[in-house]
Design a protein around this ligand. Structure first.
Ligand code: GRF
Length: 228
């Protein structure tokens, strides 16, 4: 049966775009049925609409401040999503923290991508913090969402080198290119029923690698000719 994918965005939506394109090009047993943004000016909405995908905006600013505003926003967002009856809800650059009630409502079918090698650097400014810490590797993580921020069973990670002359923009760009590989792959595995939760960890049913090494650039990685 065709799996129904809903994607939440806040801005550019390049991960959403990668998922939409892969879903069509690779003929997943799935369809992106909705792209929902928390900002009316989210650039990715235009791409979605241009591809015949239903779009919706649940503006967080319309729901007031404080805890009650956050709860009202979460409830409104959940109601909009439920109208599309999604089998999986994909957070793709969605910059709002979702409360425990929302997470529980979609538990087990709620995926996120975070631009760090979790559990390192949850939260904002991951690339700046990785550079400040002198990390030699950086990356991205696709994970199931739990009520704890940027936390939850890991589906897939990508690893890229940090270069001596990197700034947060060059590092972000290198990581983002890998996000566009690991997020579509992870969502595809989900809709194909290839992900299993075993003892709190995610396994790929066929034993496919859940790690993407940027082979061209990580010294010592398979396929790399550089010094080890
Ligand atoms: C990505 O780096 C994602 O990991 C982070 O925000 C960025 C969103 O980019 N959460 P886009 O909107 O998918 O282009």
């Amino acid at each position: 049966m065709t799996q129904r994918i809903a994607i939440l965005i806040s801005g550019r939506g390049s991960n959403m775009e990668a998922i939409v394109r892969a879903c069509t090009a690779e003929r997943w047993p799935a369809q992106v049925v909705a792209v929902v943004a928390n900002r009316p000016d989210a650039a990715g909405l235009a791409f979605a609409a241009g591809h015949g995908i239903a779009t919706a905006v649940v503006d967080h600013k319309a729901h007031g401040p404080g805890a009650s505003g956050r709860e009202a926003f979460d409830a409104a967002l959940a109601d909009v999503l439920d109208r599309f009856a999604p089998d999986v809800v994909v957070l793709a650059g969605f910059m709002r923290i979702l409360g425990a009630a929302f997470v529980r409502r979609f538990e087990g079918r709620l995926l996120n991508i975070h631009p760090s090698l979790l559990p390192a650097f949850p939260g904002l400014h991951t690339h700046r913090r990785a550079l400040e810490a002198g990390c030699k590797a950086a990356g991205a993580t696709v994970h199931f969402v739990t009520p704890e921020l940027d936390h939850g069973p890991i589906v897939m990670q990508s690893v890229v080198p940090v270069r001596a002359d990197d700034d947060e923009h060059t590092l972000a760009a290198r990581v983002l290119a890998t996000e566009h590989v690991i997020y579509p792959k992870s969502v595809r595995w989900f809709v194909e029923g290839r992900l299993r939760l075993v003892g709190g960890r995610v396994e790929q049913a066929q034993g496919a690698s859940q790690l993407l090494l940027d082979r061209g650039t990580v010294p010592g990685a398979a396929g790399d000719e550089g010094p080890t």
